[in-house]
Design a protein around this ligand. Sequence first.
Ligand code: FAD
Length: 463
Amino acid sequence: SSNAAASYVTRHLGNSVLCHGEARRARSRGVRAYTSTSSEKKERVVILGSGWAGYALARSVSPSKKDRVLISPRSYFVFTPLLASASVGTIEFRAAIEPVRRLGLTDYHQAWASEAGPIPSGKEFEVGYDKLVIAVGCHSQTFGVEGVKEHACFLRDVGDSRLIRLKVLKAFEGAALPSTSEEDKKKLLHFAVVGGGPTGIEFAAELFDLVHEDLSKMYPALMKYVNITIYDIAPKVLPMFDKNLANYAIEMFHRQGIKVKTEHHLQRIRRVDDHLMLKIKEEPEEVGAGVVVWSTGLKQNPLVEKLVGQEIEGFGKILKDPKTGGIIVDEHMRVQTEFGSNGNKEKLTLPDVFAIGDCSVVEGEGFPNTAQVASQQAVYLGRQLNKGIDENKPFRFRNWGTMAYLGSWRAIHQSASDELKGKAAWILWRTAYLTKSMSIRNKLLIPVYWAITWIFGRDISRF
Ligand code: FAD
């Protein structure tokens, strides 16, 4: 009920956060007081989310100064830039994740903050905090396109990568059956990517590598049926890159046979037998596909949707960004509210509550929703929490540049000072991913997998 929701929010921001555990078979729902195993003297920093923002913050907050409590349904951090590689077997899934328990936290709870998670059936409990950091990220936006939720694959977690890998290999095995007609082979081996941003482009490039470096050897007779198409409603793909680099990418895709269809609107996906049929506004007939990867659009996390716009006693409403719906924070990542009625509005700062990463918007700044921004905000906030908030040290974003892999060992890179394309950009791309990966274990594992793929090819077993 709306009353329950309101009391939840009041409790949530009144120095405790309500969570739901993952235990699906739990029959009773009870509230228990939080009991800390640690020293009472240290401040307790409670972090919601184990993504680029939450995980990096948990690493940055000093355990000698604070008790760190992490709450997230995901017991691991995902290195999202490697998900496309993992989905085609260039690296193994484990090399793209870091278990949160390795951080030596005071406590980790595999749970959702609020009742907004998809499995709100677990036990309910409350966690007290001195400082609360909301870092719950965003969800994928399907814009209400029919059939996307049911039939398309997303690319946001390792589970998504695993599913894509399975579906690609299933499409090839299905097409290889003697009973499959020519027409159905074409449909099954059409791979549609919706979204021409770096993620969609990189996935198409990785898929091209898988098909041409590995699957072509296993299924030579099927190669003539394979098609990869990128659809985007915008007039151009890779909008964050200079025209020169975006054109280089399109020309390269053209040479590789990857079709880029801009100003194309996907209106519906439906399943027919073992393949999918896509209705594209600009095409006269439905298009068949074996796999559709949806990599466009973000929407706010249900927890954020619930929090913004609700009344908090003495502080008014949490301010939300009108464009993205994200939580507005000041340049110290502190959550902002608006108090008072029409003629007499006052902006306030919510004490001890912060928001970082994709779910937040720094007032007056248009930072993109990227891992770069999220991790820099986390490191900044970690330092601020360790030392005490310094009003003279606002958050400053340092843009390290943008990169995208284009397949066949080529990439593009753009920063304020330079532009690179081709093999040199690819070397930079791989070096950057390696240096940014979090643990020494993965810094070793990733090049090992790259070498294995180079020598022996990708793992294409279906299990
Ligand atoms: P997320 O990383 O999404 O993490 C959110 C966390 O909150 C998750 O652990 C989730 O389980 C948890 N959570 C959700 N709801 C709750 C709740 N109610 N209670 C508690 N926890 C909750 N950016 C770049 O800069 N460079 C790249 O090359 C790049 N490549 C990308 C490739 C892919 C495939 C994708 C999907 C994204 C890529 N990005 C890249 C963007 C980048 O990953 C995001 O901007 C970044 O993940 C945002 O970090 P975050 O911590 O805010 O959110």
